[in-house]
Ligand binder design. Structure first.
Ligand SMILES: Cc1cc2nc3c(=O)[nH]c(=O)nc-3n(C[C@H](O)[C@H](O)[C@H](O)COP(=O)(O)OP(=O)(O)OC[C@H]3O[C@@H](n4cnc5c(N)ncnc54)[C@H](O)[C@@H]3O)c2cc1C
Length: 541
């Protein structure tokens, strides 16, 4: 007999559990039938991961969808604006002879941006190809194609004091305090959206004859029955892994990092500028993140335990903090958290009547801050195509799994791109990352193709890919892959002298916009202080 899917139990109260709860509630609990029930069960004994401070521009849509105002979000979560990621020292080992020679030759630094603003477009002119063709080494790619690079250089805000919520001059996302974000979501989902919240540690999972999950039993012997279960239990993967045994695709042979150290760094001066980008700096066996929140910085080192050890890794991150703050004593005294990471994803995130969202479904390291955005997409897709009954569930699950498998595969490729273009040689971590055997075939094919033809829209066939042309261009050209695209460059410059002339004018205009932005836009710190002090919904006063 066909069974309606009306009762949902979410296991886990981390970022993924509460985001999923809020998104599902917004869609299903507003149904006029009033038939739906959503419960969230979380353990008070098993902590959330408590990191994850960088987001994607999708967060603006999510906040608006679930009904949290930007001002409330910013002030509750110590949040700031993020306009992209700056990558330092990824191209060469700093201070090596090669770096010095290369920088002298090209006039460029060992640093580039992956901006949220796409590159400039002009009618009938391929401006980006013209940048490649001109082999313009005086201005970096990001500075040539977007004024947002100058806005980031100058620590400017993405909007004016008077710009309404969620609107902006440039595309942005947020940096946030992960613990505070969970608290805000929990309050909103329980008080405003109708989520039923239970504190309990699940100890047993019972399946029916078809293998569907029937109910859960907690340590205090409470029973949680549902038609659909959402596994947001983190790396424990209580339902999708331990119970349903969905195969885990381990990608540690492609992405080598498997450990992280997180440190919260206080500001020594509360008026100091806040970068409006994540700073990602490459080191001997991985990279550090550096994120400026309103009240502190979040710093961490993501590294491979095969190429480094905990002590050495802690030395790297503490030295980094000492260098950036100029305070060795402070850096030595700050408490550090060591976090093991399992890198890979479930081949099927939806099995029987269980969907895994968050760490339980997969995690492929935080380099491009993809994890929370994956949660948003997964929850939106589940809400948008929610199966009415158990007859349609297998078809919905099949489609969902196809989309997510492709999405994971493509994210892995994009993250690998950052590593495999590096010319660092200070540790086998970097040289092994360039070993073709560690590069997925589809990425190897693209890189071969792009040696003669710059990437184009149709190299990215699926709209479900998270990173497409403009993101690839920022990384490829930031890592100077354009220097290998000679054939096409010759063709463009020979055939299209007038296009090239117009493109040069566009590049000059962008430089001018960069200068004007300095006058027009407030500093990032200034806008954050203004928002926190005034708390006005349209920032106008
Ligand atoms: C070093 C690092 C940096 C990161 N940086 C970023 C970033 O910049 N941007 C980004 O988007 N993402 C980032 N992430 C990922 C991000 O932190 C996670 O995607 C996010 O926190 C979601 O975690 P989660 O909710 O799936 O799991 P968790 O936070 O681990 O929550 C698991 C929940 O399950 C509950 N639970 C577990 N077992 C049981 C049980 N038996 N019974 C009841 N409840 C149970 C726990 O109590 C907890 O509430 C980062 C991750 C790491 C490791």
């Amino acid at each position: 007999m066909t069974k309606k899917i009306r009762k949902i139990v979410i296991v886990g109260g981390g970022t993924s559990g509460w985001l999923t709860a809020a998104i599902l509630a917004k869609k299903l609990l507003k149904e006029p039938s009033g038939e739906f029930e959503i419960h969230l069960v979380e353990s008070s004994d098993i902590p959330t991961i408590g990191v994850g401070e960088g987001t994607f521009p999708t967060m603006l849509d999510t906040l608006q969808y679930i009904g949290i105002s930007e001002i409330e979000f910013l002030t509750c979560c110590q949040a700031t604006f993020k306009q992209g990621i700056k990558f330092d020292n990824w191209l060469h080992t700093p201070n090596s002879l090669k770096t010095q020679q290369s920088n002298t030759l090209s006039g460029q630094t060992n640093s580039y941006y992956h901006l949220f603003n796409p590159p400039v477009v002009a009618e009938n002119i391929d401006v980006v190809s013209n940048w490649v063709a001109s082999n313009n080494s005086k201005v970096s790619y990001a500075h040539a194609v977007s004024a947002q690079a100058y806005i980031c250089d100058n620590h400017l805000a993405p909007k004016l004091f008077s710009t309404p919520e969620f609107k902006s001059k440039t595309r942005y996302a947020y940096h946030l305090d992960a613990g505070k974000f969970v608290e805000l979501l929990k309050k909103h989902a329980t008080l405003n959206l109708g989520i039923q919240h239970h504190i309990a540690t699940v100890k047993n999972v019972f399946q029916d004859e078809q293998g569907n999950i029937g109910y859960l039993i907690s340590e205090d012997e409470k029973k949680f029955e549902a038609d659909l279960f959402v596994d947001c239990s983190g790396f424990a993967s209580l339902l999708i892994g331990k119970t349903l045994d969905s195969p885990f695709i381990d990608v540690s042979d492609i992405l080598f990092v498997d450990s992280a150290i997180a440190i919260q760094v206080p500001y020594t001066d509360l008026q100091q500028e806040i970068p409006s980008y994540t700073l990602s700096t490459a080191h001997e066996a991985g990279w550090t993140w550096d994120i400026g929140l309103a009240s502190r910085r979040g710093v961490g080192y993501v590294y491979s335990s095969k190429y480094s050890d905990h002590n050495q890794a802690e030395k790297v991150v503490r030295n980094y903090i000492a260098e950036k703050t100029g305070n060795m004593k402070l850096s030595e005294d700050l408490p550090a958290r060591h976090i093991p990471m399992r890198i890979g994803y479930r081949q099927k995130c939806w099995v029987k009547n269980c969907v895994a969202i968050g760490f339980s479904g997969g995690f492929v390291e935080p380099l491009e801050a993809t994890a929370i955005s994956m949660v948003e997409t997964a929850a939106m897709l589940l809400a948008g195509q929610f199966p009415d009954n158990d007859d349609v569930m297998p078809a919905v699950a099949k489609k969902y799994n196809q989309i997510f498998e492709l999405r994971w595969e493509k994210i892995v490729e994009f993250i690998k791109l950052h590593y495999c273009l590096s010319r660092r040689d200070d540790n086998a971590f970097w040289t092994d990352n360039c070993n073709p055997e560690s590069i997925p075939e589809s990425l190897r094919d693209k890189l071969a193709l792009w040696k003669t033809f710059p990437p184009q829209e149709n190299d990215f066939a699926s709209r479900f890919e998270m990173f497409t042309l403009s993101s690839y261009q920022y990384v490829l050209y930031g890592m100077r892959y354009n220097q290998t695209i000679q054939k096409h460059a010759d063709i463009v410059s020979a055939d299209n002298a007038s296009e090239n002339f117009v493109s040069q004018k566009i590049f000059s205009a962008i430089q001018e916009q960069g200068k004007t932005a300095k006058v027009e836009l407030p500093g990032h710190r200034e806008l954050i202080n203004h928002i926190y002090q005034k708390g006005n919904t349209n920032y106008a006063n």
